[in-house]
Design a protein around this ligand. Structure first.
Ligand code: FES
Length: 567
């Protein structure tokens, strides 16, 4: 094994107070894994591996890992995979977001502590890609992201199905009594039928596109279906790229800049992507000291058209997006407003990439910039006395007839209260009301779940009501839709104005003015504020629960931990 302290197994030696002994011991133990002296002398590409029995979306990772390793070996380095936390969206309690920061810390520290010269990040399911990019941004070793890729769709009685917009659509029909128990059970087995991440432009796909737009994954790789042979070729090319980055170092600090973050925000807006992505991108950028103020976000939203016709907003699925031209086609449409000199892990700038690429685009899926689906971005932030720190509305997935409206609040004080009363036939609610959920923000006991998609009360659903104004400090799944105002900041659990809303209050929403206001006079609000219970006492908590409860930041700061930001 070479003893160049800057490369391969000789990097970052375990501290026994005697460098030569440390190297001797490591060489001895590494040899026990069967490596030849020649292999041990090579530079090392670490592979952050997140295959898990609790992560269906990463089911293709064993095969994908082999392809990454093939690319590393063929380029003259040694691939060494290491496990990190994996977050399978539907297997985590109370919510995967709670563990995103833990995964990012695991990823960062294992990149830093173990001997590797560059790293491949294998992620996919919702929180895994942001966690890996946050960790890599902080560790600042050359890194390349490869994603699992989206699932393929399937069919039910001639109708195309894909997780998970159709999961919600059919569940809504079941709640409304339009389909019976046998049908919903039958559909359960057909919604998610292949390896890969959700088949629509949900959080996982949005984050995959953002990773590519940032320049942290190879061109053209975000949308390749999980089961497509191109996905394996992309993995092999990713392994090769990670080796190239050792000889020609380009760190996340040089790639994740204000300019590339702006490019990624524009792509998010043009996709009509997931509301979760704004939290994640804020957290990733925050690791490099880059802020994303929500008024900057609104400015970009005003200038950026919606181009992509994918569920949950539109009609198509990720496999259609891939066939239509993928992220490259969107970037070409946005070219005039992008920072083209941003470097990428491919070793070329974004501008060089776009000059090199051309190709047919399916205009049923990706609209031209000259004739967009919507003239302005899919997401918008709202401010007002109900959300002084901002709130998010996915206007592209909402009902425009509700955009300028004053409504009576019907308040649920917690998720438990919501579950208990939402379907009560005696619930005093009409389609003109606004449903309000409190205490579902990042510091609440519920850990900011994807509960902002409050169900339409059963008695209204049965009358055919499909959408209502819904307001909360929670998040919403990227696969959901509706006039849903999320991430209200500050949250109710720390005494934000959302905690002051009472059933019967009037709330005024104006999407054109970007406002959300509680129409209650200040004296009354002061009295309600004074009567609020004190914030949760964290002294009774221990371990990660306590760390999370004490350190998690609000949605406008990406829900990262304050101490993870650069000093
Ligand atoms: Fe993993 Fe949807 S559950 S991406």
């Amino acid at each position: 094994m070479g003893d160049d302290k800057n490369q391969g197994f000789a990097r970052g030696l375990t501290n026994y107070g005697d460098r030569d002994f440390s190297l001797y011991l490591r060489r001895s133990f590494a040899s026990s894994m069967g490596y030849t002296t020649k292999s041990l002398s090579k530079p090392i590409v670490g592979i952050a591996y997140t295959g898990s029995g609790f992560n269906n979306c990463h089911r293709n990772f064993p095969e994908l890992l082999e392809a990454v390793k093939r690319g590393v070996l063929a380029s003259g380095a040694l691939p060494v995979e290491f496990p990190t936390i994996s977050l399978g969206e539907v297997f985590l309690n109370p919510t995967s977001l709670k563990f995103r920061n833990l995964m990012s810390m695991d990823t960062e520290e294992m990149i830093r502590a173990q001997p590797m010269d560059s790293v491949v990040l294998m992620g996919g399911c919702d929180k895994t890609v942001p966690a890996q990019l946050m960790g890599a941004a902080s560790a600042n070793l050359p890194a390349v992201q490869i994603v699992a890729g989206p699932m393929m769709t399937s069919k039910y009685q001639g109708e195309r199905l894909g997780a998970c917009t159709d999961c919600r659509r059919f569940w809504g029909k079941y709640r409304a009594g339009d389909i019976d128990q046998a049908t919903i059970n039958d559909i359960e087995g057909r919604l998610a039928t292949t390896a890969g991440t959700c088949a629509v432009m949900g959080t996982a796909s949005t984050m995959a596109c953002i990773a590519e737009a940032l320049g942290m994954s190879l061109p053209g790789t975000a949308a390749i279906p999980a089961v497509h042979a191109d996905r394996l070729r992309a993995a092999e090319a990713t392994g090769e790229a990670a080796v190239r980055l050792i000889g020609n170092p380009l760190t996340p600090a040089e790639i994740i800049t204000k300019e590339s973050v702006e490019n990624a925000l524009r792509v998010l807006l043009a996709l009509g992507g997931s509301t979760n992505a704004i939290i994640h991108l804020t957290a990733i950028a925050g690791r490099r000291g880059i802020d994303i103020p929500l008024d900057w976000f609104n400015e970009l939203s005003d200038q950026t058209p919606v181009l992509v016709n994918l569920k949950p907003v539109g009609a198509n699925y990720m496999e259609d997006f891939f066939a239509a031209g993928g992220v490259g086609a969107v970037l070409r449409e946005l070219k005039g407003s992008l920072h083209l000199d941003c470097p990428t892990v491919a070793g070329e700038t974004l501008g060089q990439r776009l000059a090199r690429e051309a190709g047919p685009v399916d205009r049923a899926v990706i609209a031209p910039g000259t004739d967009p689906l919507e003239p302005q971005g899919g997401l918008v932030s709202l401010f007002g006395n109900l959300a002084p720190g901002g709130a998010i509305l996915k206007r592209s997935a909402a009902d425009p007839s509700l955009f300028e409206k004053e409504a009576r609040a019907v308040v649920f004080t917690s998720l438990e209260d919501l579950a208990e009363r939402i379907d009560d036939p005696d619930l005093d609610v009409t389609t003109d009301d606004a449903l309000v959920l409190q205490n579902a923000g990042p510091k609440s006991l519920s850990g900011m779940p994807e509960a902002g998609y409050l169900p339409i009360p059963r008695k209204l659903a049965a009358q055919g009501v499909k959408d209502m104004i819904r307001i909360s400090d929670a998040r919403m799944s990227g696969t959901a839709f509706g006039t849903i105002i999320l991430h209200v900041t500050p949250e109710a659990a720390i005494g934000g104005a959302l905690a002051l809303v009472r059933t019967g209050d009037r709330i005024k929403l104006s999407v054109s003015a970007r406002t959300i206001d509680l129409l209650v006079d200040e004296t009354e609000l002061d009295a309600r504020r004074a009567a609020l219970p004190p914030p949760r006492d964290t002294n009774s908590l221990r371990g990660y629960d306590r760390l999370y409860a004490e350190e998690v930041l609000q949605a406008d700061e990406g829900c990262d931990f304050a101490f993870m930001k650069p000093r």
